[in-house]
Design a protein around this ligand. Sequence first.
Ligand code: NAD
Length: 247
Amino acid sequence: MGKLDGKVALVTGGSTGIGLAAAQRLVADGAYVFITGRRKGELDAAVAQIGRNVVAIQGDVSKLADLDRLVATIREAKGRIDVLLANAGVADSAALGDISEEQFDRIFDINVKGTLFTVQKALPLLPSGASVILLSSVVGSKGFASRSVYSATKAALRSFARTWTTDLKSRRIRVNVVSPGAIDTPGLQGLTKMGSDGLADFYRDRVPLGRVGRPEEIANAVSFLASDESSYVAGTELFVDGGLAQV
Ligand code: NAD
């Protein structure tokens, strides 16, 4: 018996990186999983890799019409969402002085507006006892150079989890945050312009545990927060960062 047997999950940005590893883990735990992403080719590859109990719905979380279509499809197919992982997100860098309006709007639209409306539009499908997990980052609590816009979006998610825990109290819906440190994904490779070897070298001396993290290590935390193992955990931020932002 899996700890999520019979549960229905939605993972936004589930085609690569952390979202893909989390979707894989939720299926292994027994859930039926819907994944979203913008690129059909990557979604198809993710569905093939996960192999069973998974359906992909193409869409952009910053477009409300796409979210309406996503929720309508899940309502028709399963009627509910027990686990919602709002993972879709993008990062970019620019020092104060060089930040463009386009960059600000793009990152806030996907990371903040996209997360807010994903959860809000999914609300009618969330039963009592549902688990909502927001993918933030250590950057929400740090001041890494040239990351102010991205970091502010992740701090906003941490704030959402506090208020939504209160807003959803009467419905017994738990909202929590997972904040990864440096995790070897296509996203971090693109941002840093480093491959896996470069990331391993770069983070060896910067992370107390002496290495970059793996997407599966974030999936472990997601699995915990998705299940009844975390039945008394609400409104919290679970750092999975090898100690990067803790010491
Ligand atoms: P990734 O680029 O490998 O994956 C991001 C996923 O989000 C992709 O599937 C992409 O298609 C999807 N996505 C992006 N914009 C979208 C949109 N508008 N609509 C729908 N889907 C969209 O990156 P990742 O490293 O796996 O990041 C996943 C999450 O984890 C992000 O929110 C990121 O900010 C966060 N995070 C990553 C790290 C890290 O070190 N990799 C650290 C902290 C937080």
